[in-house]
Design a protein around this ligand. Structure first.
Ligand code: SF4
Length: 235
């Protein structure tokens, strides 16, 4: 099995800040405590993902991303499995777990589900990475869809499942971004080979797209006033 040093979440972290990528790998104990709000967000995302699986019922679910899941995914695909949840792939030094993989004729369609009501750059970057890794592992998806919640329809048992979600075909953008993703992976791998963390000063990037969880250490040396400005996006 190929080795990997990056995942979907660490890749997204690296796009935000190389220092965060480095600290996450070598000083994880410096991370700020996860807030109740973030925990609730994770739980919400998980619940929406489970509901979305019913868009393509009867699939085989893989448990935890890792070599065993990647091997099992490859086996299921070779057997022509029609639907796989959390299909795992490793290529180009990265491991990813795709929410839903669905066989369509001789090819597969990939679906990445988001619990939010709209798509953001982060979700696109997530799709670009996954497409690249699936492709690199030998399964070029015919289509790649980002799926997010329809703001006009509540998530409840009485609503039509298809109406609850919005499907966006991002295959063309994925194709266009393949080499950029590869270059980013190389740059991040390089960061992780360094013997000390990159010298990156706090700035607006600490809050976008996500509030970084190393602010507790990084922001120690900047004033409360400065911190407030960064939080309010005026720094
Ligand atoms: S707090 Fe800011 S500078 Fe420090 S690791 Fe996070 S994003 Fe990078």
């Amino acid at each position: 099995m190929p080795e990997y040093s990056l995942s979907k979440s660490t890749f997204i972290r690296g796009l935000q800040c190389y220092k965060s990528l480095y600290l996450n790998k070598f000083r994880p104990y410096l991370r700020d405590k996860i807030s109740e709000e973030q925990l609730a967000k994770f739980a919400r995302g998980h619940a929406v993902g489970k509901i979305a699986q019913q868009l393509f019922p009867g699939g085989v679910a893989l448990l935890r991303p890792g070599n065993a899941s990647a091997e099992k995914t490859a086996q299921l695909i070779s057997e022509g499995c029609p639907v796989i949840y959390e299909a795992c792939f490793i290529a180009d030094n990265v491991i990813v777990a795709l929410d839903i993989l669905v066989k369509q004729g001789a090819r597969y369609h990939a679906y990445e589900v988001k619990s939010s009501l709209a798509l953001s750059d982060v979700y696109y970057n997530d799709a670009f990475l996954q497409y690249h890794i699936l492709n690199g592992s030998g399964l070029k998806p015919e289509k790649f869809f980002l799926v997010h919640r329809n703001a006009d329809v509540a998530l409840d048992e009485t609503a039509d499942l298809r109406e609850m979600f919005v499907f966006t075909d991002v295959t063309a953008q994925c194709e266009l971004n393949e080499s950029k993703v590869h270059d980013n992976i190389l740059a991040m791998a390089d960061v992780l080979k360094r013997d000390k963390s990159p010298d990156i000063q706090p700035g607006a990037h600490c809050m976008k797209p996500y509030p970084c969880d190393f602010r507790g250490v990084c922001w120690k040396k900047i004033s409360k006033e400065e911190q407030q400005k960064l939080i309010e996006g005026v720094g």
